[in-house]
Write a protein that binds this ligand. Structure first.
Ligand code: KG4
Ligand code: ZN
Length: 355
């Protein structure tokens, strides 16, 4: 178990929405996390206990092992976050928690901890959709640092994680119109599967990015799926194309050109995600674009969006791209402030669409 934690100074901020300090818990997959956030944007402290090393042995997340690890980590992670923030539970106004989507046995651990805190402290409980959390990660900044511009609506949100890839038009806070989604593998899942094919470590995303640094992205021409709905995605054909190429290359050579394969695969995924998000933003009159989820940590994807000037683009800080609780606190704040707190008898929702 690796504990990563950071703390930043408190800072008051003027808002039209009511001020509130949210303590959030995230345990939907293989990260046990807690964070405290002020007024939906200013991050006071965030702790993430990653189980990655444990699951890497299995080449993917082992659900039973994940839930047992959450049980071991949850209390130390909450305690550490409080210590880092220099706050006590009395300073918190509401408890937010990931309700789904995710692994049932993992979600339950965070939900029970959150319910216990809310009940014991007499605080409101806010159940948050994990995908909504990823989107709201783009609102967060470290308290004490300069305040970045807030995303403006209408906003085209590209969500690219290990389990989901979708385009949503946001016309207001908490309001999503799903324009399209993956018909098969999520973008992160494609990175993970291709990483395995190339003999790289788990998770595949960061490993492919690293291998691609020394590779030629134009060496292999991989296909892009043509779909009826131009805002949908499909990555399973691309993964199969990489598999065929790998098999053919193995027959001819003793060593695989892993770097060129990784670079060519990554360039194809980035091109598909970038092109569709820009088209959707144009077609639906979005003012700005938001990119979030684990794959938004990808350097080539960030560069693609940051090197165009047609739309202002919001991408979370690297540390907030993959799973964390700060993003759950951000979404939880807007739910709480806009009157969407939950009752204490909510249950986890392992398959819970955003819209
Ligand atoms: O959002 P996330 O932490 O978990 C889910 O909600 O699914 O996303 C994890 C995914 C994994 O598939 C991982 O390979 C991918 O994000 N990922 C990346 C990078 N860092 C993480 N993919 C491409 N490039 C990266 N640098
Ligand atoms: Zn996630």
């Amino acid at each position: 178990m690796i504990l990563v934690s950071f703390v930043v100074k408190k800072e008051p901020e003027m808002r039209t929405l009511p001020p509130a300090r949210i303590l959030a818990i995230e345990s939907s997959c293989d990260e046990t996390a807690c964070a405290i956030l002020e007024n939906g944007r200013a991050l006071l402290a965030s702790t993430v206990a990653s189980q990655m090393d444990i699951h890497a042995r299995y080449g993917g997340v082992f659900p039973e092992v994940a839930s047992r690890q959450h049980v071991l980590s949850i209390i130390p992670v909450v305690e550490q976050t409080l210590v880092q923030s220099n706050l006590t539970l009395k300073d918190v106004d509401a408890i937010a928690v990931t309700r789904g989507p995710g692994l049932a046995g993992s979600l339950v651990v965070g939900m029970n901890m959150a319910k216990g805190l809310a009940l014991g402290l007499g605080l409101p409980l806010v159940g948050v959709n994990h995908l909504e959390g990823h989107i709201y990660s783009a609102w967060i900044y470290n308290a004490g640092e300069s305040i970045p511009a807030e995303p403006q609506f209408p906003l085209m949100a590209l969500l690219v994680s290990g389990g989901h890839t979708e385009l949503n038009l946001m016309t207001d806070h908490l309001t999503y119109k799903r324009l399209g989604a993956t018909l098969d593998d999520a973008a992160g899942e494609a990175f993970d599967k291709v990483g395995r094919l190339l003999g790289l470590s788990f998770p595949g995303g960061p490993a492919i990015q690293k291998a691609a640094e020394g590779g030629d992205p134009t060496r292999f021409k991989f296909p892009r799926a043509r779909l009826d709905n131009p805002y949908d995605f499909s990555f399973s054909g691309l993964k199969t194309a990489v598999l065929y190429e790998v098999n053919a290359l193995k027959k001819q050579h003793s060593t695989l050109p892993v770097e060129d394969l990784a670079a060519s695969f990554q360039a194809t995924v980035v091109d598909v995600l970038f092109t569709k998000a820009i088209k959707a933003a144009r077609d639906f009159g979005a003012k700005e674009i938001l990119v979030a989820g684990g794959v938004s940590a990808n350097r080539a994807l960030r560069d693609a969006f940051q090197s165009q000037s047609e739309f202002k683009v919001h991408i979370p800080a690297f540390s907030l791209c993959t799973d964390n609780a700060a993003m759950i606190a951000a979404a939880g704040y807007y739910r709480y402030a806009l009157g969407h707190a939950s009752s204490l008898d909510i249950d986890v929702q392992p398959t819970w669409p955003l819209s």
